[in-house]
Ligand binder design. Structure first.
Ligand code: CP3
Length: 357
């Protein structure tokens, strides 16, 4: 099971160990921008049809790795598998994104929720992790993931995506006890889910707090941060070089970097609204940093992409006492369907070439 990795740059960077090049992977590296993904999706019929079939999930996970010299694979799945397994009924409407048949709006709704069984209701996810580990054959590490308790709650209360988060913010103001009850059960589920992915073979774990940044600082510190801290404390992940690193990614988390650095997580993912060097100064080497190119950089020319990559690499180094250690290169958020795959190749080439030593 623990065959040595051929490429362990990503895990070494998360342990602040020296690496020959800065490792790079991209959020949403598997997706509609790849013609082979669109072909697989057409044959499978739907996104959920792909995610719930371990062999197809494996195929789609590997697609970007065949094209690009990426240093990690990420499980092809979705954060909304947990509320789906809690019985909310996840479905996708073309062009409108994810939706739930049932929402969580009252104390009674929240009381009905329980932690799903990981090897029955979410077995398809664990099976996908096992198949992908086998098919990767030790080439690069596999990242498992979950949504954050707050970000999951956003979809569960709103019933889908939202622009203003009106319903969940009203719940935070008018019925905070119900929201805390929902966040507590989500946290228990996230911890069990990440532990099960680790047991199935995931070699690193990332929590996506995509919507933490829509909260005021006081609300973030009440409804998102404490639950991230609980995950970092309670999730069992081994010791020393065998420890499975946990990365907390958050959009709009720049104001909370020192608290996130003290959370006990091994890595923090940041968006592009903060200079990486500034993020490194605020986190003082307590965590590795992951990020943080504006995804829209991929709409630029090859020269522009190379320039922006060098700027981000230099910024990190300048804020980290002149050292590149402890940096995982990534975008500040996920890729979009209209991006050009050739530009990804340029980005990866520049990260590896410029950081080589
Ligand atoms: O990074 C990867 O390559 C791994 C796969 C991954 C997906 N979703 C695949 C996916 C990951 C890590 C996610 C997480 C996810 N899902 C998040 C958090 C990360 C982020 O981007 O902020 C969120 C908020 C979701 C919820 C969700 N699922 C949305 C908003 C959408 C997009 C809907 C749309 O129509 O664009 C999905 C579906 C989804 N998840 C797709 C993919 C590749 C697109 C599905 C398709 O139409 O083929």
């Amino acid at each position: 099971m623990t065959s040595p990795l051929k490429n362990d740059r990503f895990l070494r960077a998360l342990r602040h160990e020296p690496v020959d090049r800065t490792p790079v992977w991209l959020m949403r590296q598997a997706g509609r921008y790849l013609p082979e993904y669109r072909a697989t999706r057409k044959a499978a019929g739907s996104f959920l049809g792909m995610a719930k079939n371990p062999d197809i999930a494996c195929e789609v996970t590997l697609q970007p790795l065949r094209r690009f010299d990426l240093d990690a694979a990420i499980l092809f799945s979705d954060i909304l598998t947990i509320p789906d397994a809690m019985g909310l009924g996840l479905y996708f409407v073309e062009g409108e994104g994810p939706k739930f048949e049932r929402t969580v709006r009252s104390a009674a709704d929240a009381e009905r929720l329980g932690v799903p069984d990981m090897e029955t209701e979410l077995r398809y996810v664990m099976d996908a992790v096992r198949v992908i580990r086998r098919e990767l054959g030790g080439s690069v590490p596999l990242i498992g993931f979950s949504g954050s308790p707050w970000t999951l709650a956003c979809y569960m209360v709103e019933g889908g995506g939202s622009k203003d988060f009106a319903r969940i913010k009203a719940m935070a103001l008018n019925d905070p006890a119900t929201l805390h009850r929902l966040l507590a059960v989500n946290t228990d589920a996230v911890i069990a889910y990440l532990a099960a992915q680790r047991a199935a073979g995931a070699q690193a774990l990332q929590v996506f707090d995509t919507w933490g940044g829509v909260l005021s600082p006081a609300m973030y510190r009440e409804f998102s941060l404490p639950y991230l801290q609980r995950i970092a404390h309670e999730l069992e992940r081994g010791d020393g070089a065998q420890r499975t690193p946990l990365i907390l990614f958050g959009k709009g988390n720049a104001a909370y970097l020192s608290e996130l650095a003290d959370s006990g997580a091994e890595g923090v993912g940041v968006d592009w609204l903060v200079e990486l060097g500034e993020a490194a100064r605020r986190t003082q080497g307590k965590v590795a940093l992951q990020g943080n190119l504006d995804p829209a950089t991929l709409y630029g020319s090859a020269d522009a992409i190379r320039h922006e990559v060098r700027r981000a690499l230099d910024s990190y180094r300048d804020g980290n006492d002149g050292s590149r250690e402890g940096h995982v290169f990534n975008l500040g958020h996920g890729m979009s369907p209209d991006m050009n795959p050739d530009h990804v190749a340029v980005l990866v080439d520049e990260v590896h070439g410029y950081s080589a030593r």
